[in-house]
Ligand binder design. Structure first.
Ligand code: NDP
Length: 240
């Protein structure tokens, strides 16, 4: 039986590309999403991948969602923590809700899915967790103290959990994408985007499929010796 792979925020953007790649790799993929039912339905019809709606920032809902997937599809052996949001603004304009929502969903989501899925992976002696961080968690970004903190937290979370899973055959890695051509980046004003692209050595935005291929490797049998690492896929924008 093919291994079950859960991709959070899998119905759009980078998550969708990850779902399609993992399906092509032979995983039994399920996608989670938060609220955009129309996009989820279209995704599911086009890909044949089942969708599960729950807020990864909600601890109880995530546990219930993962339990439901395990009961209906099978034990979850791969988790790609991809769901994420932005609530940008400089600190003096940022509300506590803007801070808290980003921390709760982007970083809390990794905790919540891991609490639900990591113990079973350890018991079965095999697992893959891939957390989608960000270049802005590595380098910081004006107007994103919430997002940069959450994404930087993901990188620390990854290195800590990797140590807990290593002896049990569970690898935990992160990918730090640079600027990728998705709805999230479409929300950036064009003038700002032009300046960002000018600072990317390869001279273009990345494609979601380029992140998905990194996830594919980290989820493969061949990547069993890779754990606690951060793979930067950013066109050379940030080189450490
Ligand atoms: P999109 O905004 O295009 O898609 C986000 C996906 O996450 C959607 O499927 C959305 O579901 C889902 N989602 C949002 N909030 C929740 C939640 N609370 N619970 C469950 N699912 C949720 O994002 P991208 O594809 O651009 O980004 C994907 C990841 O990559 C994010 O973590 C982002 O921070 C990261 N990233 C993106 C970069 C980029 O340039 N695009 C750069 C670096 C990192 P729904 O459709 O229901 O809203």
């Amino acid at each position: 039986m093919n291994r079950v792979a859960l991709v959070t925020g899998g119905t759009r953007g980078i998550g969708r590309a990850i779902c399609e790649q993992l399906k092509a790799d032979g995983f039994n993929v399920v996608a989670n999403y938060a609220g955009n039912d129309a996009a989820a339905q279209q995704f599911s019809e086009e890909t044949g991948i089942p969708v599960y709606k729950f807020d990864v920032g909600d601890h109880a809902a995530t546990q219930a969602g993962c339990d439901q997937i395990a009961a209906e599809i099978g034990p979850i052996e791969v988790v790609v923590n991809n769901a994420g949001i932005t609530r940008d603004g400089t600190l003096h304009k940022m509300s506590f809700d803007d801070w808290n929502d980003v921390m709760r969903i982007n970083l809390g989501g990794c905790f919540n899915t891991s609490k639900a899925c990591f113990p079973g992976m350890r018991e079965r002696g095999w697992g893959r967790i891939v957390n989608i961080g960000s270049i802005n968690g590595q380098a910081g970004q004006y107007g994103q103290v919430n997002y940069a903190a959450a994404k930087s937290g993901i990188h620390g979370f990854t290195k800590a959990l990797a140590q807990e899973g290593a002896r049990a055959g569970v690898t935990v890695n992160a990918i730090a994408p640079g600027y990728i051509d998705t709805d999230m980046v479409a929300a950036v004003p064009q003038g700002v985007l032009d300046k960002i692209i000018a600072g990317i050595p390869v001279g273009r935005l990345g494609q979601a499929e380029e992140i998905a291929r990194g996830v594919s490797f980290l989820c493969s049998e061949d990547a069993g010796f890779v754990t606690g690492s951060t793979m930067s896929i950013n066109g050379g924008q940030h080189m450490y």
